[in-house]
Design a protein around this ligand. Structure first.
Ligand code: HXC
Length: 258
């Protein structure tokens, strides 16, 4: 089925999902996010895809949830449909590696969905923020929690309480983004990283992100125990034999379960 508000491209084992609602700076409305959820379900089921890039335009990754769509909602509309959980959070539930390639505005829900990805590569023009306080509300899809874990309480409080934006350099110093590159290099850099990831053993990739994410909810001891069990479990895969034999035989590994 065709998509109206996103573009989905496949190049080898990498899929790029581009938010495409330029007139509204990619504000995340229900239709767009249901398309994102549908596309991610399609990509999760596709064995030919090993890594996904989520991106927007040069001007905006996404300027937040669609304010015009929410303005007349009342408590029960928001509570009963729980549509943000259904669709936006499809990104946090996605089990394969997913990279956010961010240029321009990543505000409110835009910043939140970028943080749901496994890591963020930003262009030098990126601006991050949680300006919901200016609208009389607060972040609603994980912003307060993920931002504070990523950059610490002081900066998260500063950003959320003042509603100010943080530029790419500050976001990199603070630990929110993994790399900052010139805007013209953003997609090549993201594709380079995604291709590398997609060439690895897919079960190892999936388990790796599961273990790192679990660490946010476990004690150190429990996290280390989980890591050890998952490490051990990978010795049940042919890819472990292939990866280690390829090293010993000084050749590139050809993982079966990519
Ligand atoms: C709906 C939006 C929008 C948004 C921009 N637009 N952001 N529409 N929801 N979040 C629309 C504008 O209304 C305008 O449409 C067009 O996009 C261009 O925006 P401008 O404001 O004219 O552009 P500019 O002057 O360049 O300013 C860019 C901006 C500003 C700084 C990003 O648009 C802005 O502050 N946007 C809102 C950011 C925000 O508060 N985000 C948090 C949303 S709440 P027209 O038709 O007038 O041309 C949120 C809650 C998440 O995300 C929790 C639950 C998911």
């Amino acid at each position: 089925m065709a998509y109206e508000l996103i573009e989905l491209d496949r190049d080898g084992r990498v899929a790029t999902l581009r938010l495409n609602r330029p007139k509204a700076l990619n504000a995340l409305n229900a239709e767009m996010m249901s398309e994102v959820a549908r596309a991610l379900a399609e990509l999760e089921a596709d064995d030919g895809i090993g890594c996904v890039i989520l991106t927007g335009s040069d001007k905006a990754f996404a300027a937040g949830a669609d304010i015009k769509e929410m303005v007349d909602d009342n408590y029960l509309d928001i509570y009963k449909t729980d549509r943000f959980e259904q669709n936006h959070c499809s990104i946090e539930r996605f089990r394969k590696p997913i990279i956010a390639a961010v240029s321009g505005y990543a505000l409110g829900g835009g910043c939140e969905i970028a943080m749901m990805c496994d890591f963020i590569i930003a262009s030098n023009t990126a601006k991050f923020g949680q300006p919901e306080i200016n609208l009389g509300v607060i972040p609603g899809i994980g912003g307060t929690q993920r931002l504070a874990r990523a950059i610490g309480k002081a900066k998260a409080m500063d950003l959320c309480l003042t509603g100010r934006m943080m530029d790419a350099a500050e976001a990199e110093h603070s630990g929110l983004v993994a790399r900052v590159v010139p805007v013209d290099d953003l997609m090549d850099t993201a594709r380079g990283a995604a291709n590398k990831i997609a060439g690895h053993s897919q079960p190892a990739n999936m388990i790796l992100k599961e273990v790192i994410d679990a660490g946010y909810e476990l004690t150190l001891r429990e996290g280390i125990r989980f890591e050890r069990r998952m490490f051990q479990s990978l010795f049940a895969t042919e890819d472990q034999k292939e990866g280690m034999n390829a090293f010993i035989e000084k050749r590139k590994p050809h993982f079966k379960h990519r």
